[in-house]
Design a protein around this ligand. Structure first.
Ligand SMILES: Nc1nc2c(c(=O)[nH]1)N[C@H]1C(S)=C(S)[C@@H](COP(=O)(O)O)O[C@H]1N2
Ligand SMILES: [Mo]
Length: 222
């Protein structure tokens, strides 16, 4: 069963907000910098992530525009595991983290409540369907939060920022600004416009966006 207002598509299109921009090149020694409300920033090499306990997670992936890619298999480290092992020990005792910002090499940012980021199904994934993550889908590593709309799942993850209050919104107001929780089963697409209202608009846009974003996108055999 799919969340309300979602429709299954074939395969897994490359479907970010980047449209026709090519994916950012992967640095020679990729790393994730973890910083913000901490004593001192730490750098976790992507190659070190694999030394933490990994897990497999079958999941569907839901874009806010209404398409869903089904039956994906992600592999990676639970964000909660990284947080407990590598972040919490560094926090001063009087610091209470409320939000986490995930930033990609292309500048994409997602703001997530700590509570949502620590959910059991939130992974920092380095593999998809048994293969290393390709550049279309977020090489070298990406966030995957399948219970939230796709924009939360920052690809090409290079920075994790901890905050003790909600980070400021972008300056320009938009009626379709992202919902703060973005939970798919609650249809929390946008902050001010109800999900059902935007469904038909998005439905009309899926084909053109898919065509624009298509660079190298593979069709998943099923
Ligand atoms: N770095 C980065 N991550 C991103 C995006 C992006 O443009 N850049 N787009 C988001 C959106 S809107 C969606 S729906 C998903 C799409 O994931 P896919 O390209 O693997 O299909 O990535 C999300 N993560
Ligand atoms: Mo999206």
């Amino acid at each position: 069963m799919l969340p309300p207002g979602q429709r299954a598509v074939d395969g897994f299109p490359r479907f970010g907000t980047h449209l026709h921009h090519p994916p950012p090149p992967v640095p020679a020694d990729p790393a994730i910098v973890i910083g913000g409300a901490m004593i001192e920033a730490v750098t976790v090499a992507v190659s070190d992530l694999a030394k933490l306990p990994c897990e497999e997670m079958p999941a569907d992936f839901h874009c806010v525009a209404g398409w869903s890619a089904t039956n994906l298999l992600w592999e990676g480290v639970a964000f909660a595991v990284l947080y407990r092992l590598r972040v919490e020990p560094l926090l001063a005792s009087d610091v209470s983290v409320s939000h986490v910002v995930f930033e990609g090499l292309d500048g994409h940012r997602s703001v997530v409540l700590l509570e949502d980021a620590l959910a059991a199904d939130v992974l920092i994934a380095d593999r998809l369907d048994g293969e290393p993550l390709n550049s279309d889908h977020g090489a070298p590593v990406r966030l995957v939060s399948p219970s939230q709309y796709g924009f939360v799942s920052t690809k090409h993850l290079c920075r994790i920022e901890l905050h003790t209050t909600r980070p400021r919104d972008p300056d320009r107001w938009s009626p379709i600004v992202s919902h703060r929780r973005a939970r798919v089963w609650q249809e929390e697409r946008h902050r001010y416009v109800p999900g059902r209202v935007v469904r038909p608009v998005y439905r009309a846009l899926i084909a053109p966006i898919r065509a624009l974003s298509a660079r190298g996108s593979r069709t998943k055999p099923r």
